[in-house]
Design a protein around this ligand. Structure first.
Ligand code: NAD
Length: 249
């Protein structure tokens, strides 16, 4: 494939919600975008919707030993990777004492360990080029304490630390690393977490100065900005896209 002069992105969990909106935004800017996810139907629907620049790959990112092969396959096909968005994630809402070690580990493996493994493999190919942009998708759960999401909170807080550590190590080599911390965005994940819990939903909106939930496109616009040349002097930031939720009373 002749993508030598084109920008190539990977968006994990690109088949739905925020990842799909980011993919759509990238493609409308001419970025060839590989979407990695588990659900073949969702990925095929995204491909049908987004067309030629969208390349679905079915892969479970929590299968860590398989990550090097996944990235090698993408490099074999495209020759280079310019942008990585670590977006795939799961939540688990349960009382603190009811979470098993296996459940805790599952969230950490999906939301955190996969981000490390994918980034490590992608960075190996960004270093020789001396350029690249990585965005990790964090959460309000890393900005303040939220009850009943202990594993999710641990994973997203670690993502922010990893973003800073990666930024100081890799920015001197031309690779910018940033996080986006979405507030409450209308997706399948929040539908599951909030719709059956109107009190929690009201609380989330109540401390959002803009007074409503965000849309996946709101996060996608920020992602496109952070990967663009307009953000060339920005690295190591945790950017809330939250209608003010993180600073709300
Ligand atoms: P979503 O459930 O629509 O999207 C998550 C995507 O990740 C799905 O496509 C899912 O299939 C994929 N995924 C999950 N586990 C995977 C695995 N093991 N392998 C491959 N793909 C996997 O939810 P969303 O709201 O779009 O969430 C996207 C990201 O944004 C997540 O990291 C989430 O934590 C974060 N986030 C969302 C909100 C919100 O309000 N929606 C707020 C803060 C952070």
């Amino acid at each position: 494939m002749d993508t030598a002069n084109k920008r190539v992105a990977i968006v994990s969990g690109g088949g739905s919600g925020i990842g799909l909106a980011i993919t759509e935004k990238f493609i409308s800017s001419g970025i060839h975008t590989v979407i990695v996810g588990r659900d073949e139907k969702k990925l095929q629907a995204a491909k049908t919707q987004l067309g030629d620049l969208c390349y679905p790959i079915i892969h479970d990112v929590s299968n860590l030993p398989s990550i090097p092969d996944l990235i090698r396959k993408i490099i074999d096909q495209f020759g280079h990777i310019d942008i990585l968005v670590n977006n795939a994630g799961i939540n688990m809402k349960k009382d603190f004492i009811d979470i098993t070690d296996e459940e805790f580990q599952q969230v950490i493996t999906t939301n955190l360990c996969s981000v490390f493994s994918i980034s490590r493999e992608v960075v190996k190919h960004m270093l020789p080029k001396g350029s690249g942009s990585i965005i990790n998708i964090s959460s309000m759960a890393a900005q303040y304490g939220m009850p009943r999401v202990i594993a999710y909170t641990a994973s997203k807080t670690a993502i922010d630390g990893m973003t800073r550590a990666m930024a100081v190590e890799l920015s001197p080599k031309g690779i910018r690393i940033n996080s986006i911390a979405p507030g409450f965005i209308e997706t399948a994940m929040t539908a599951k977490a909030l719709n059956a819990d109107p009190e929690r939903k009201q609380k989330a909106i109540g401390r959002t100065p803009m007074g409503h939930m965000g849309l996946p496109e709101d996060v996608a616009d920020a992602a496109l900005f952070l990967t663009s040349d307009a953000a060339r002097y920005i690295t190591g930031v945790i950017l809330p896209v939250d209608g003010g939720n993180s600073i709300g009373f």
